[in-house]
Design a protein around this ligand. Structure first.
Ligand SMILES: Cc1ncc(COP(=O)(O)O)c(C=O)c1O
Length: 396
């Protein structure tokens, strides 16, 4: 079997994949039902999923789209971010956070992270605000909510929009307030690896009714009515293009998967929390690693378990540790390589190593361990034992 094939294998005793979605009969039933019903694109299931997520996070409005990337783009557009504006965000993030700012002709301005949490530092945000700043996009890395109160107060002081990149953070909350109702717009991802998946998909939540209408319109060509209303019995074929929009709507087949996932979401989140606590309890005894931080008063969504190699303890670096784990049948990943150091950002903006030292240092020693509801306890035990063994073997 080739190497690339191994990553696709079911978890077994020889290969523990970095990630596996938990899908079952209900997902199959929901998707099949959509296909049989004739509503393949945006229809009743999208509306039900929107309602389910809206209730889950306690927001006034939820709008389904086909990715979190689409959600971020529309949120920036609807909040008035445009050419020449600056948007402050974290360099410790995925490509989507930066590129959606660029879609709008705006400039991503990075603010470094708090090393312990990997989340954007409110003090660095305050230092980055200029006359051109229009919005702040905090990213809740791994599912740990950012320190939102100071971020919201900076935004209020300067009249800025706050758009949360909550791709990792469905199920997280801050002192009892769920992520999804803290800022102007919150953007969730339902990508294959996320805590709730529709294969590809995303959702925006907001408390602002006018913004919600605009987001919905932008998600479907700027049309005055959506396809669901046009083709229902009581609907009308007439529509008007009110403004330039995009083709970002969610399909009913995807929403069917999402509804099945939503029903088991509390159980899946409990399992993630349990596995994360187990990693914490057992790896605490290994001096080679720093464990993920938690914040007082915050509920972590545990999308990722980001372990960090403690400097000066091992003879091998992060990349070699990943290779050794892979050789022992354990898949891991890295979240994230600093966005400003990718070749596109270096060329376009002249970023260099050293520009955001916390992000660079933490990223260089981080690796994400397998963490998903379908991970078996004995497989997690093997991950932990292997980490202890490698730490002993490669100790300085
Ligand atoms: C932090 C972050 N933001 C945005 C996205 C984009 O999500 P999607 O794949 O749903 O567009 C991801 C995806 O992994 C992500 O990790």
């Amino acid at each position: 079997m080739r190497r690339s094939d191994r990553t696709m294998r079911r978890p077994g005793d020889s290969w523990i994949p970095y990630y596996l979605p938990q899908t079952g009969r209900e997902e199959v039933r929901q998707a099949t039902e959509s296909i049989r019903s004739g509503w393949l694109t945006t229809g009743p299931k999208v509306h039900r999923l929107e309602e389910g997520i809206r209730r889950l996070v306690g927001a006034s409005h939820a709008i389904g789209v086909n990715s979190c990337t689409a959600a971020l783009h529309l949120a920036l557009a609807a909040c008035g971010v445009g050419r020449g504006d600056e948007v402050i965000t974290s360099p410790y993030t995925f490509a989507a956070t930066g590129e959606t700012i660029l879609y709008q002709g705006a400039r991503p301005v990075f603010a470094d992270i708090v090393p312990e949490t990997l989340n954007i530092d409110p003090e660095a945000i305050a230092r980055a605000v200029t006359r051109r700043t229009r919005a702040i996009v905090p990213v809740h890395i791994a599912g740990l909510p950012c320190d939102m109160d100071p971020i919201l107060s900076i935004a209020r002081r300067h009249g800025l929009a706050v758009i949360e990149d909550a791709a990792h953070a469905l199920g997280a909350d801050l002192r009892g307030r769920p992520v999804g109702r803290l800022s102007n717009v919150t953007c969730f991802s339902f990508y294959a690896t996320k805590n709730l998946t529709t294969g590809e998909g995303g959702m925006m939540t907001t408390g602002d009714g006018r913004l919600a209408n605009r987001l919905r319109r932008l998600s479907l060509h700027g049309l005055s009515r959506d396809a669901w209303k046009r083709y229902t019995k009581g609907g009308s074929w007439k529509y008007d293009v009110v403004e330039m929009g995009y083709k970002y709507n969610m399909t009913d087949v995807a929403a069917g998967l999402g509804l099945a996932q939503l029903a088991r979401f509390p159980i899946m989140q409990r399992r993630r929390g349990h596995l994360a606590r187990r990693y914490g309890t057992m790896l605490r005894g290994c001096e080679a690693f720093d464990l993920p931080a938690e914040s007082p008063g915050a509920t972590h969504a545990w999308h990722l378990y980001v372990l960090r190699i403690r400097p000066g303890v091992l003879r091998i670096g992060r990349d070699e540790l990943i290779d050794r784990l892979r050789a022992r049948g354990i898949g891991t990943s890295v979240h994230f390589l600093p966005l400003h150091l990718h070749s596109f950002y270096r060329k376009k903006f002249g970023f260099r190593r050293g520009d955001f030292p916390h992000t660079e240092r933490e990223s260089g020693r981080a690796l994400s361990l397998p963490l998903y509801p379908a991970l078996r306890t004995r497989h997690q035990d093997r991950v932990i034992e292997t980490l202890f063994d490698l730490a002993r073997r490669y100790r300085r």
